[in-house]
Design a protein around this ligand. Structure first.
Ligand code: AMP
Ligand code: MG
Length: 487
């Protein structure tokens, strides 16, 4: 029976079947006077829950965790992870899973609060989150979704009448995150660290059933699992490289088994092309810089493969060899996918030996001339970029001649070339200055700019009247843009 005055969640809680120390039952802390700030109606349509007709006061009470829906089972999940290369036991320190919602297409979505108060895993943290960072996660994750990049999503943000203490006092907020699951590489590391192979095996089998059921009857199911995760993560990081996304904190606890982008903390989009770009204030050595993302993906996958060693072969040396050989397949696979992606960005319909040089020369030119990554590809499609003379540069024009020569063999297929380029090159990305402008207005009580920004990010591959605003890059460049974690 559906109740028109309530959200029509259909919760299952399969995670509870896993060994007890995988999770701890945990209630959200009460929020003081919660108010709805954002709600994602398109996502709620996909979930098959109609939020439009519901009272905003009721929604604020649900999405703050003050009122728990029927069928929910609130848990904080245990996990571990390598943070900047150092192993730590972690867990949901400020997040609570409220349940796995099943929509009418039988798809499973985990619904989780972020910023809902202390848990058993909070260590020294307050379990809470500030409005700016939660809106930031909402904006960037939705941008990624519309860019056709696998990602967790954001269903709602509520703010409360409490303050959280960071460098200054900030408005407290709670984000509702939706993910195909919150199982991380770090979840496996947790049991591997405890040498609890029985629990580890149940997690592995659970994860296969949930994310890769097609391999479950394979003879080499555990090697296949490494393979599948590698393919998913290569697909993901190639997409990040395609749009200039820098995750910023690719710790193993922030790598999802589903292959979705997860944990939007210090992430940001690169503007001028520089492979060493880092925005995160704590990434002093550039571990998670733009160009390091593929090798860190491989490093994280190696940590995952290590967790599976007990199941790869009865002989440990043989198991290590199997895992190592598998991980060593990464570089070739990644390079192939990266080259395909970059070839798409410049509209190539087939491959030639010299393509890689052509692509690398363009990147080199962008780097030397501090050209904007997104705008440069827009220039290749449309010629004009608002107010940027860098594209009159002689070396660029020479490169373009070479490129046009390369395209000349597609004379009768230029529509295909154009289509490929338009599909591969976003023209509207969440520009750092736009995001900051919208967030500071929101912190001062005006959500209008966030809403306008979200609307523009819904169609990143299409020209629109605000394109000009999204081609401006220099506003924040001068001071050096910085982003922050865990706030
Ligand atoms: P993150 O950098 O967001 O991936 O978080 C790393 C770990 O720190 C996770 O275990 C989080 O749950 C935890 N954490 C982050 N912020 C807080 C907070 N304010 N209170 C408690 N735990 C936190
Ligand atoms: Mg995290």
């Amino acid at each position: 029976m559906t109740n028109k005055n309530k959200i029509d969640w259909k919760f299952e809680n399969s995670y509870l079947q896993l060994p007890k120390d995988m999770q701890s039952k945990q209630l959200p802390e009460k929020a003081k006077n919660p108010k709805l700030v954002l709600i994602n109606h398109k996502l709620s349509d996909e979930l098959g829950i109609n939020l439009l007709s519901l009272d905003p006061i009721y929604l604020a009470s649900i999405f703050s965790g003050n009122q728990l829906p029927d069928g929910s089972a609130t848990i904080a999940m245990a996990y571990a992870g390598h943070q900047f290369g150092h192993f730590t036991v972690l867990g949901d320190g400020r997040a609570i899973l409220i349940g796995e919602h099943i929509n009418n297409k039988k798809q499973r979505y985990e619904i989780q609060f972020k910023g809902s108060g202390k848990t058993e895993f909070s260590r020294n943290g307050d379990g809470k989150a500030a409005l700016g960072p939660m809106l930031r996660e909402y904006i960037i994750s939705e941008a990624m979704y519309h860019l056709n990049i696998p990602t967790t999503r954001s269903l709602a943000v509520v703010k409360t009448d409490e303050k959280v203490i960071r460098e200054t006092e900030l408005t407290r907020a709670i984000l509702t995150r939706v993910a195909s699951s919150h199982i991380r590489v770090g979840t496996f590391q947790y049991f591997a660290y405890k040498k609890d192979n029985e629990s580890l095996k149940s997690l592995v089998n659970y994860s296969i059933n949930r994310h890769y059921p097609e391999i479950k009857n394979n003879e080499n199911v555990y090697v296949n699992l490494i393979d599948r995760l590698m393919d998913k993560q290569i697909d993901l990081v190639v997409n990040w490289m395609r749009v200039g996304f820098i995750h910023g904190v690719m710790n193993t606890d922030n790598m999802a088994l589903s292959g979705e982008t997860i944990d939007y903390g210090p992430c940001a989009f690169m503007d001028k092309y520089d492979p060493k770009t880092v925005f995160s204030s704590i990434d002093h050595f550039g571990r998670y810089a733009y160009y390091n993302q593929p090798s860190i993906t491989k490093w994280n996958l190696a940590r995952f493969a290590e967790c599976l060693i007990p199941f790869l072969d009865a002989n440990k040396d043989e198991a290590i060899k199997i895992a190592t050989d598998k991980i060593n397949e990464f570089d070739k696979k990644y390079e192939k996918k990266w080259l395909e992606m970059m070839s798409d960005k410049i509209g190539l319909l087939d491959t030639e030996k010299e393509d890689e040089v052509l692509i690398l020369d363009l990147l080199q030119w962008m780097h030397s001339n501090k050209a904007d990554y997104t705008n440069t590809f827009y220039n290749l499609i449309n010629n004009k970029v608002f107010n940027d003379q860098v594209y009159d540069n002689a070396d660029f024009l020479t490169w373009k001649d070479r490129w046009k020569m390369r395209l000349s063999k597609y004379k009768n297929k230029m529509d295909k070339v154009e289509k490929k380029m338009k599909f591969s090159n976003p023209i509207i990305i969440p520009r750092n200055y736009k995001v900051e402008e919208a967030l500071s207005a929101a912190e001062n009580g005006d959500i209008g700019l966030v809403e306008i920004l979200l609307k523009a990010l819904e169609k990143p591959y299409e020209n629109n009247s605000s394109l000009k605003d999204f081609q401006i890059t220099e506003k924040l460049n001068k001071s050096g843009y910085k982003t922050y974690c865990g706030t």
